[in-house]
Design a protein around this ligand. Structure first.
Ligand code: ADP
Ligand code: MG
Length: 232
């Protein structure tokens, strides 16, 4: 089967002219359907850059990157938008809208979907229940703890049943217990839906939750078969 994400000889640069600086170097990576992958490595090594390229949030400059069989090199704006719609994004800062309740924040993610109001309501209640927030649906973010807000963000990312979840340090602002809870909830929901997850973290307390760990350093992906020794 074709990998759901495939990266070939990907380079990326920031800046122009004499300030141009290479950030990613010859990245090659295949991610299979349903895999749960953790991408780790020091701060500044290029993890967020790679994630935003995979998510169609930034244009590809050199090399190839295909996601759900759509090549993103030279993709049109419409093709980039379609690629983004098949992805659920979760960021370090939960990015909830403060003037909307937990329910309404999740509801927003369904607005572009072609489903009835009744079906939307069923799905929103089910996903908020699955992250353990059935009693917090009408709370505003200001009334929720950090872990609860991040669980709303997970519910929002998963309610449209995306094929891929891209998560950038989703546990960074959480204590150990809530960080693990949040990732376990995400993982269980994703497995139920057959969703693929790429999760960036340097939280080594959750590495064991991955099917595969890949490691990035100074813009290079380090051969993942060498990781076992790094992780212990
Ligand atoms: P990580 O997520 O692993 O911390 P990033 O992808 O955020 O790494 O950053 C990789 C490198 O690119 C860092 O040196 C960072 O300073 C630089 N960088 C990130 N974003 C930009 C940007 N928008 N413009 C210029 N340099 C950037
Ligand atoms: Mg980052």
């Amino acid at each position: 089967m074709q990998p759901i994400i495939s990266v070939r000889h990907l380079n990326h640069y920031y800046g122009q002219g004499s300030l141009k600086k290479q950030i990613l170097f010859d990245i090659n990576l295949d991610i299979n359907r349903g895999e749960i992958i953790i991408l780790t490595g020091p701060s500044g090594s290029g993890k967020t850059t790679l994630l935003t390229l995979m998510g169609g949030l930034r244009s590809i400059q050199e090399g190839n990157l295909s996601i759900l069989e759509q090549e993103l090199l030279h993709a049109t704006k419409e093709q980039m938008t379609l690629a983004r719609r098949s992805i659920g994004f979760i960021f370090q800062a939960h990015n909830l809208l403060n003037f909307l309740t937990a329910y309404q924040n999740v509801e927003m993610a369904l607005e572009i979907q072609d489903i009835t109001a009744a079906e939307a309501d069923t799905r929103i209640r089910a996903v908020l229940g699955a992250v353990g927030l059935e009693h917090r649906m009408d709370y505003y973010p200001s009334g929720l703890s950090g872990g609860q807000k991040q669980r709303v963000a997970i519910a929002r990312a998963l309610v449209s049943q995306p094929k891929i979840i891209l998560a950038d340090e989703p546990t960074a602002a959480l204590d150990k217990k809530s960080g693990r809870d949040v990732v376990e909830i995400m993982e269980n929901l994703a497995r139920e839906q057959g969703c693929t997850i790429l999760l960036v973290t340097h939280d080594n307390r959750i590495l064991d939750l991955a099917d595969r760990i890949i490691y990035m350093e100074d813009g290079y992906l380090v051969n993942s078969s060498n990781i076992a020794t790094l992780v212990q």
